[in-house]
Design a protein around this ligand. Structure first.
Ligand code: SIN
Ligand code: FE2
Length: 221
């Protein structure tokens, strides 16, 4: 190979590295980088049917993160609480199916993290504009906690906080970048986590936002 075959514009091959966060939790850096374009095409397909919207919390605040879902079940929040629903309340129709690229990546990343039998039925699609944040919480609306969470980051980087099993436990901060995947399950399944306010920026793949795909098994296994 001669040096002129390399272009600074050519996409670099992914260098996947595994960062252990806690027993049952791992950050797979760049794990979704090679699939990022296909995943973003999937986001465009999903949001053409079920557009991003800002949901309200049970105490009446509008969430700063815009959300939608795909898969058999979708996570929704309104005045009555948080839950999974088979119908999109904004359209009174089923959520769009999970694009094949989503399902494949979620299964592979879970397997890489030591969860070989992950069968997600829900994918929450989060869009963070600069300033949007997600306060520290547990993912606990799912039917059982035997399956992990697979969380894919695309676009602008975000500061992810990963804590313990109690809200007051110390948190560690990780910068999640385009193509990074975090998986937590088993003893880490109910660990608190959150995302600090997104900083201003512009990303070649997404523009001025961050997209996060959170895959879960929400219904009965
Ligand atoms: C979530 O906890 O649902 C999203 C986490 C993230 O955006 O990285
Ligand atoms: Fe979460």
């Amino acid at each position: 190979m001669t040096p002129d075959l390399f272009s600074t514009l050519a996409p670099q091959p992914a260098r996947v590295t595994l960062v252990p966060l806690a027993p049952g939790a791992v950050l797979l850096r760049q794990r979704a980088l090679a699939q990022a374009e296909a995943l973003l095409a999937g986001v465009a397909e999903v949001t053409a049917v079920a557009p991003f919207r800002w949901m309200s919390t049970p105490n009446g605040y509008r969430m700063s993160v815009a959300m939608t879902n795909c898969g058999a079940l979708g996570w929704v929040s309104d005045a009555t609480g948080y839950r999974y629903a088979p119908l999109d309340p904004a359209r009174d129709a089923p959520w769009p199916a999970m694009p094949a690229a989503f399902l494949e990546l979620a299964r592979q990343a879970a397997a890489d993290a030591g969860f070989p039998a992950f069968e997600p039925d829900a994918c929450l699609v989060n869009r963070y504009a600069p300033g949007a944040r997600l306060s520290l919480h547990q993912d606990r609306n799912e039917h059982d906690f035997s399956q992990p969470i697979v969380s894919v980051s695309l676009g602008l980087p975000a500061a992810f906080q990963f804590g313990g099993l109690r809200r007051g436990d110390p948190v560690t901060r990780y910068l999640l970048e385009h193509g990074d995947v975090v998986v937590w399950g088993g003893p880490a399944r109910l660990r608190y986590h959150g995302v600090l306010a997104l900083k201003d920026g512009e990303h070649a793949a997404t523009g001025a936002c961050r997209i996060n795909l959170t895959f879960r098994r929400a219904g009965r296994v």
